[in-house]
Design a binder for this molecule. Structure first.
Ligand code: HT7
Ligand code: ZN
Length: 873
């Protein structure tokens, strides 16, 4: 497979203004008729051939302006169709056959539980009909869907229904029109036996919008939270961004087999069932929060992505980074903003930092790709959102909002670039953002080395920041970035925020430093007492910041920093210092001793009344093994696991009574609601339960068992079950797992949790468990949720996946090879942990590499080929 390069971009020679499609549905032989109104671009030369993408299509007829084409008038290969001589404006008609039941890749038109659905982003439309399947070709669509009236009573497509009727042979049809020009990747069709929950929303200009969530009948009781989230998101986008919905109906459909979370098709969002269905008995608080975020994200795409879309797929972060930023802000506004930031940053620093340091590292705007679906990455989405957040912080909210208005107004109905977006921000703020553009062009995580000196005599504090970005495969000499570093100084004696004076200008107690040079020193004057700096507040830039904080400094910041995010940050840094010592002790075979200063800091936290319970819970949570690993030059999985377990147990023993008090104080029988207050309380209680179970005494076990038996809500049940299963006590785990599995055998989303928690346990027999569960009747390699729950979770189980005999690697490689034949996109995603082989010791490196070589020797999809070549390259 050949790479595609950003530098090769050419505008389309032909544009399609109107697209009329007729689908006659059949599992094995769906007929797709397309009538395209095509115009040559004024800049294109007469005689330029027309090229249409098309894969896995059986072409039955092709004509131009009603005249069938002679066999030698066109050429077809496995990627598309070329027609050599076409007029300047014409109507092209084609008829093709496709087989939705055979489509296991879940791209294009496929069947899930007997229902027809589509996934066209990024390049799935070319598996439906011959078409210029690129985002800069935007047309108005009219779509007729014909199906069996009994099997497919519901026939949906984008826009508004304009006609419906009965046909011979028990068939019926519905015709849909979408007045907004759109690229093919936003096309959608759904047909099946579905039920719907309906609601209404009145937009700010008074448009009455029908809201529908379509699900299988038995899931009708699980849509309330998604519907409430949708209405809140619609209102928020009006209030914060002035964006109003633009059709008379907005539909969401839940499907069981879906490669990602959801898809923002115009007016007809298609969702992974896991991203829409919730019920207190079946979904955890985390799942409720995820549904809210994904519903909002897809809705926000209606403007950031659909009305204004991407010129080409290299610009993917234009819509994804901006939309993630928008959904993060929505969640922060609806819940605890400090908590949201903590959760996002904890995830980002673990997963995106790892991606940025590995062989598949790429800039937020990549410069080449082989398979675009491999680039729906944390870098494009999450780092892209961090870049937009930095922009907002650099220009300020007012200029950012005016820039956003300008962007939507100027480019409405167009397919544009990241330069167009940043250009609007530069225009409304009057700032030069040319250096800032490097954030889109350079891969790798920048690091900042900071150090400070207090000068008593002159009452000055000198803060020196030195930046460096590691070289990556595509960038040997990265250039300095424009980095916003938000910070404050806290008087070490007084414990108060100090007023900041920089270059003679008073800046309040919190300011943003603009770091542009490789090294800059900022001199604060009138600093009345020796300060402790609070740096990179709110994680103001996606960088690693090093400052030689002592444990005393961190214990101080833990309680005294006025920035809630940085109080959490201090807890993580403090835990990391203790963990690093213990990892070294484990490696050197020295007895492990718990640092009493860390225990004291936790005691202080537990003694102080918590303003925000969810934030306190996060402060009490130890960094994950994956996060700890990111901080090691070479990952020692066993030492990391042993050190973290030691800290968990030590804290559990030392603070047992305080944890029990905390647990009891936050227990409640009130009916479940996903409110920030209740979520915070449950989170705190369940963190406490984790420490109590680490003690391994009967009292803790009794609390845990009682919580499981009470079955009050899935958040509590799942945490109790996880702790029982991970306890290593078969007498506790076996009956609980059986009870849970029997109770929820009928619910695929709960069974995903059942699979996942069994293979995340640290005990050694997990590998056999994975094999056993792969043969379980509820497991299927064809269902992405099951693959993620079982194999994806296992590959994150650090001690078991990285077993020294290499059996974990072999199991994953076997699964990748098998899955690649069914679903290349999923197979490529699943192999990610193997690509990180350079981070491990020699033995593991060679075992992982051997598995990568074994994969490489097979006939592969472009997806897996690209991943394996980069990993070994
Ligand atoms: N924009 C959507 C991306 C997506 C996708 C991409 C590749 C293959 C399958 C997919 N399903 C959804 C989702 C989003 O970011 O909103
Ligand atoms: Zn998105």
């Amino acid at each position: 497979p050949q790479p595609v390069y950003l530098s090769d971009y050419q505008p389309p020679a032909y544009r399609v203004t109107h697209t009329a499609l007729t689908f006659d549905l059949d599992p094995a032989r769906t007929c797709v008729e397309a009538r395209l109104t095509v115009e040559r671009h004024p800049d294109a030369e007469a005689g330029t051939p027309l090229y249409l993408h098309g894969e896995q299509l059986t072409l039955e007829a092709v004509s131009i302006d009603g005249e069938p084409l002679a066999d030698d008038a066109y050429r077809q290969n496995d990627k598309g169709l070329t027609i050599d001589a076409v007029p300047a404006a014409f109507t092209l008609e084609t008829r093709v056959r496709i087989a939705p039941e055979a489509n296991t890749a879940l791209e294009g038109l496929y069947q899930s539980n007997g229902m027809y659905c589509t996934q066209c982003e990024a390049e799935g439309f070319r598996r439906i009909t011959f078409y210029p399947d690129r985002p800069d070709v935007m047309a108005v669509f009219r779509v007729t869907v014909i199906g069996d009236a009994r099997r497919e009573p519901v026939l949906l497509a984008n826009g508004n229904p304009v006609e419906r009727g009965e046909l011979d042979g028990g068939r019926h049809f519905v015709t849909w029109e979408d007045p907004h020009p759109k690229p093919a990747y936003l096309f959608a069709l759904v047909a099946g036996d579905l039920a719907c929950v309906e609601d209404r929303f009145t937009t700010m200009s008074g448009r009455d919008v029908t809201l529908q969530i379509w699900v299988e009948e038995e899931n009708l009781g699980k849509t309330d939270h998604a519907m409430a989230s949708l209405k809140r998101a619609m209102r928020w986008d009006e209030e914060r961004y002035g964006r109003e919905y633009d059709l008379d109906r907005f539909m969401i459909v839940a499907v069981n087999d879906f490669n990602m979370g959801a898809m923002e098709n115009k007016g007809l969002n298609i969702f992974n069932a896991a991203a829409v269905l919730t019920h207190p008995d079946t979904a955890t608080d985390g799942a409720f929060q995820q549904v809210e975020g994904i519903v909002a994200h897809e809705y926000f795409h209606n403007w950031s992505g659909n009305r204004v879309t991407c010129r080409d797929w290299f610009q993917l972060s234009l819509k994804e980074g901006f939309t993630v930023f928008r959904d993060q802000s929505f969640t922060a506004d609806s819940n605890s903003s400090a908590l949201k930031r903590i959760q996002d940053v904890a995830f980002f620093r673990t997963a995106q930092f790892a991606e940025d340091a590995g062989p598949t590292a790429h800039p937020v705007r990549p410069e080449s790709y082989i398979e675009i679906t491999n680039f729906y990455t944390l870098t494009v989405y999450e780092k892209g959102a961090e870049v937009v957040r930095m922009l907002k912080n650099l220009v300020g909210w007012d200029a950012f909002r005016r820039g956003s208005d300008l962007y939507f107004e100027r480019f409405d109905g167009q397919a544009v670039t990241i330069e167009d977006f940043v250009g609007c921000m530069a225009e409304t703020s009057g700032q030069d953002l040319s250096q800032f553009m490097r954030w889109y062009q350079q891969a790798g995580t920048p690091e900042i080395d900071a150090h400070g000196e207090y000068d008593y005599v002159n009452a000055e504090y000198r803060l020196t920041l030195r930046q460096r970005t590691p070289a990556t495969a595509g960038q040997q000499a990265p250039e300095p970035l424009h980095i916003p570093v938000r910070m404050g100084l806290i008087g070490t004696k007084s414990g108060h925020d100090l007023t900041l004076t920089l270059d003679g200008e008073k800046r309040g107690c919190d300011t943003v430093l603009h770091l542009r040079e490789p090294e800059q020193t900022f001199v604060f004057t009138d600093v009345a007492e020796a300060p402790t700096p609070s740096l990179l507040r709110h994680f103001s830039a996606p960088v690693k910041l090093h400052f030689p904080y002592s444990r005393e400094d961190l214990a101080f910041l833990l309680t005294q920093d006025s920035d809630g995010f940085n109080r959490w940050e201090a807890s993580q840094r403090l835990a990391m210092l203790a963990l690093n010592d213990l990892i070294a002790a484990h490696r050197n075979g020295v007895e492990k001793v718990m640092d009493s200063r860390v225990v004291d800091a936790y005691r202080t936290l537990l003694d102080a009344p918590a303003a925000d319970k969810a934030v306190l819970a996060e402060m009490l949570r130890l960094p994950s093994e994956a996060y700890i690993a990111e901080h090691q030059p070479l990952v020692d999985v066993d030492a990391i696991h042993a050190a973290r377990e030691f800290v968990r147990q030590s804290l559990g023993f030392a603070l047992r009574d305080a944890f029990e008090t905390l647990y009891r104080a936050n227990q409640s029988d009130e009916p479940y609601a996903p409110t920030p207050e209740q979520i915070g309380r449950r989170s705190l209680k369940n963190v406490a339960l984790g420490y109590l179970m680490a003690v391994e005494d009967e009292a803790g076990i009794a609390l845990c068992q009682a919580q499981f038996d009470a079955g009050h809500n899935m958040t509590d049940v799942r945490q109790a079950l996880t702790l029982l299963v991970h306890s290593g006590r078969d007498d506790l785990s076996a009956p609980a797992l059986k009870a849970f599995g029997d109770k929820w055998a009928h619910d695929p989303l709960v069974m995903d949790q059942w699979f996942s928690l069994q293979v995340s346990r640290p005990q050694a027999e997990v590998l056999d468990r994975v094999k056993y569960l792969m043969a379980h009747p509820a497991f299927s390699l064809r269902n992405p949720n099951k693959v993620r729950a079982l194999l994806g979770t296992f590959a994150q189980n650090r001690v078991n996946f990285h077993r020294l005999d290499g059996a974990g690697y072999t199991l994953l490689a076997d699964a990748v090879i098998e899955l690649d034949r069914l679903n290349p996109e999923m197979a490529a995603g699943l192999m990610t942990p193997l690509t990180r082989w350079r981070r491990f010791d020699d033995t593991r490196q060679s075992l992982m590499r051997a598995e990568l070589e074994r994969i490489k020797d097979r006939p592969l999809s472009a997806n897996v080929f690209e991943m394996v070549s980069k990993a070994l390259g």
